[in-house]
Design a protein around this ligand. Structure first.
Ligand code: ADP
Ligand code: MG
Length: 148
């Protein structure tokens, strides 16, 4: 479990469509060098959220890394779920990412670049999902989704 520091916010998401809208709003706040770590059990909505950001993301569970063009930069979308041991070539590539956005599902390895990341925890309830947001941009993310 990653530690949330500073202010924490929580949003309630009723269905898949709302999760995509949530991703889209967060996407409008993203800029180069932002790092998002997505926690939560399988099927909690992490990849759906990323689809809201990139419009066409598919799960990187098997490919490990998908890259998308996004605004004037790129999004590196990763999923460490199936990664059993550290992949140092991959981690090195991530450390060298300078002008892109990095989004990681199952961030079970602790990389130096994760130090100044934003963490989103996806929690499943019977009839909805909740996402707990923390990190430097948490307030901005929260406001971009909740303001009408
Ligand atoms: N409120 C919700 N938000 C997101 N996904 C939901 C929600 N309710 C049901 N779902 C379903 O849950 C699944 C989430 O899958 P996915 O985004 O791939 O999860 P993860 O990447 O966390 O494993 C999808 O099949 C989606 O249709
Ligand atoms: Mg996923």
């Amino acid at each position: 479990m990653l530690k949330c520091e500073g202010e924490t916010f929580k949003v309630s998401i009723k269905d898949e469509q709302e999760m995509i809208e949530f991703g889209s709003k967060i996407g409008s706040c993203l800029e180069k060098k932002d790092i998002l770590l997505l926690e939560g059990e399988l099927g909690s909505g992490k990849t759906t959220f990323v689809r809201g950001i990139t419009k066409d993301a598919f799960s990187p569970s098997f490919t490990l890394l998908n890259k998308y063009n996004f605004k004037d930069t790129q999004i590196y979308h990763l999923d460490f779920y199936r990664l059993e041991k550290p992949d140092y070539d991959l981690f090195m590539e991530l450390e060298e990412v300078e002008d892109a956005i990095v989004i990681v599902e199952w961030p079970k390895f602790d990389l130096p670049i994760f130090e100044k990341s934003n963490i989103l925890k996806f929690v499943v309830f019977e009839d909805h999902r909740e996402v707990i947001i923390c990190g430097e941009k948490a307030r901005e993310f929260y406001q971009s989704y909740t303001k009408k």
